[in-house]
Write a protein that binds this ligand. Sequence first.
Ligand SMILES: N[C@@H](CCC(=O)N[C@@H](CS)C(=O)NCC(=O)O)C(=O)O
Length: 282
Amino acid sequence: MAANDTITLYDLQLASGATISPFVWATKLAVAHKGLAMDIVPGGFTGIPERTGGKTERLPAIVDDGEWVLDSWLIAEHLDAKYPDRPTLIPDPSIVPLTQALEGWLWSTAVGPWMTCYLKSYRDRSVQADHEYVTTSRERMFGGRRIEDIIVGREDRLPQISANLELMRNTLRDHAWFGGDQPNYADHRLLACFLWLASVCDTPALAADDPLRDWIDRGFDLYGGLGRHPGLSDIFGLEQRPGDPELFNRNPMANGLTKRNTGPQSTAKETAMMKGQPQPAG
Ligand SMILES: N[C@@H](CCC(=O)N[C@@H](CS)C(=O)NCC(=O)O)C(=O)O
């Protein structure tokens, strides 16, 4: 058992003290889900090996009762193995590959594209000592282009990134959480991407009335409002301009994927559409 139910967590922070790393965010949510307290070791991008006594170049890292555990997935698995009587993070092993697939989709659909929109504030919000390292390492990641050039045209990209998130909206129409009735580590992984977004976005990424907002707000409020750090920005408030795609589907059609077949009543609307008949209400 961790002394005083407290885990030491090495953070990766911006100048405001807000966590930037989605991997660290997922770990913070996971530790809180277990009902454990966190003794945060602050710091930015540079000096990670020095802060951790050479244990790692990447964060998160935790120390639990003297035991170092690196890597956000390994930490979640460690917490479930060590604290089986506390709320479960990964209730079934099948959740791991399914969540990794969904998270991979979210990174290629949104996190990567948002990075091209928010890279300048990502750098500017980092601690002063990190500016040079963040600039050179991230410009290298983007093929040697300058940060100021990478973000050009972002106002044209943001609406389409938002429009591309229907998969999550469709799922959340019928489920409170990706974990079902309760959040689990699948929610933590995905919420962590939106917490990363809030840490770097200097202009909104999603519409004020985006259907994702309910899950995101409930997620940011979890565990005493862990995701409500004052250094985070409002991600909502993107406005659709003439010529932009719909920021989200305002008239989603239930279909065989999303709707359970409980008899003709449940499929009447879809059937009317397929037959070109007037659609019944509901
Ligand atoms: N597989 C690792 C990935 C950790 C990782 O890449 N962390 C990034 C932060 S998002 C990091 O420490 N970056 C340091 C750097 O950019 O120098 C995990 O899940 O914990």
